[in-house]
Ligand binder design. Structure first.
Ligand code: ADP
Length: 292
């Protein structure tokens, strides 16, 4: 697994050179969230040039949003990259940089974790990233579940009994709308407290009841999602990633909420192992067709 990869998220773009499945060199730049797709392609190209990428070298690119079966890129959550409205990303990257393979960032991270990280020993695996939003990568028998419209695995948009409000996907009462970073910050503001999700976690750690309630509700909603996915896919292992998924005390809270489910609906719960390299590893694995 040797070559190049990029990961374009709502806040930053990372690019890396990998050797034998390991990131050996990495550069990054902030994402211009309002910019159009041509500017995003140029930003990816500029980062790869700094790494010495040459035309045609193996290249995998992970992005926020969905990539359809024709390699076109679409925003799903209107709060993230709103200017991406069906752009032929794979074709344009291939034209400018040589052959490239693109996929959703959480799907890429899930594939990377399944091959080389927390899902190595799993036959039925889900990766969930709890970050600004909630994303997923579902890998059954070491094959990433993908669909022609690129929506497969966007598990943040599953309905959830803990939720009631609107979601950036256009749906209502989704797990993302109650459990993700944006929702946690909104709930804090509603309770009369400013600050982002990190501040809410800090307040919970200091024993503030209002913050504990918000964090526990997020963890409870994610536990319900895990039970639902276990019922759908027969999962044996779930890995949590993202800054919230990996925040101190979060996995334990999800585990506690999951303890209320019958054993069959309680897959093994672990922390993601590849950290922010997951999307890069998975995207390159998809591009080369070489698992590991
Ligand atoms: P992205 O959403 O761009 O993929 P992250 O995975 O870092 O990025 O998620 C960002 C979210 O995580 C924000 O809502 C932020 O407030 C929250 N966050 C960042 N660090 C922490 C932390 N240590 N504890 C809890 N939440 C955090």
């Amino acid at each position: 697994l040797t070559g190049f990869a990029a990961d374009l998220g709502g806040t930053k773009i990372a690019a890396a050179r990998l050797e034998a499945g390991v990131v050996v060199e990495r550069v990054q730049a902030p994402t211009d969230g309002a910019a159009g797709p041509e500017a995003q392609v140029a930003a990816i190209g500029a980062l790869l040039a700094r790494l010495g990428h040459t035309r045609g070298a193996p290249l995998g690119v992970a992005v926020a949003g969905r990539i359809d079966g024709a390699g076109a890129w679409h925003a799903v959550n209107t709060g993230t990259l709103p200017a991406i409205l069906g752009y032929p990303l794979e074709r344009e990257l291939t034209r400018t940089l040589g052959r490239a393979r693109c996929l959703n960032d959480a799907a890429a991270a899930g594939y990377g974790e399944a091959l080389l990280g927390a899902g190595r020993d799993s036959d039925s695996f889900a990766y969930l990233t709890v970050s600004t939003g909630i994303g997923g990568g579902l890998v059954i028998g070491k094959r990433l579940i993908a669909s022609g419209n690129g929506l497969a695995g966007h598990v943040g948009f599953v309905s959830n009994p803990h939720a009631s409000g609107p979601c950036g996907s256009g749906r209502v009462a989704t797990v993302e709308s109650v459990a993700a970073g944006r929702a946690i910050a909104a709930a804090a503001a509603e309770a009369g407290h400013g600050g982002d999700a990190r501040a809410v976690f800090e307040a919970a750690a200091e024993g503030a009841d209002w913050a504990e309630r918000i964090v526990a509700r997020s963890a409870g909603a994610v536990a319900t999602l895990i039970g639902d996915l276990a019922a759908t896919l027969g999962l044996d292992t779930v890995a949590l990633g993202g800054s919230i998924g990996l925040a101190p005390g979060y996995l334990v809270r999800v585990e506690r909420a999951l303890a209320g489910e019958p054993p069959l609906f309680r897959p093994r719960l672990v922390a993601a192992a590849l950290g922010h390299d997951g999307p890069l590893v998975g995207a390159l694995a998809m591009a080369t067709g070489q698992p590991g």
